[in-house]
Design a protein around this ligand. Sequence first.
Ligand SMILES: [Zn+2]
Length: 102
Amino acid sequence: MPNSSESFRSSGRATRCAVCDGKFGLVRYYSWRTPLCSKKCLDRFRARRASDCSWLPQPMTQALGAEARRLHRTTNLSNGDIALQLNVDGGRVSEAINGMWH
Ligand SMILES: [Zn+2]
């Protein structure tokens, strides 16, 4: 049985939102010719593009180190996820968790 969902999505005739896969309402938003269902999805799509194309880590600081340790302690995010969330280099997150950046 063919798995149609992926080929359907890449067929070029998008009938669903590229971000949430939801149906369109009365208003469509466009970013880079990709139709999106809502302002929220537009923001998410732009953020995703930005993170794909020009993600640059900000310099690590003691405050970010403390935040990385806090996230590591209180959530089950991976180091990579913490790095993305704080917009810092993953290596710095590992260092912070290993006791640096106090
Ligand atoms: Zn959407």
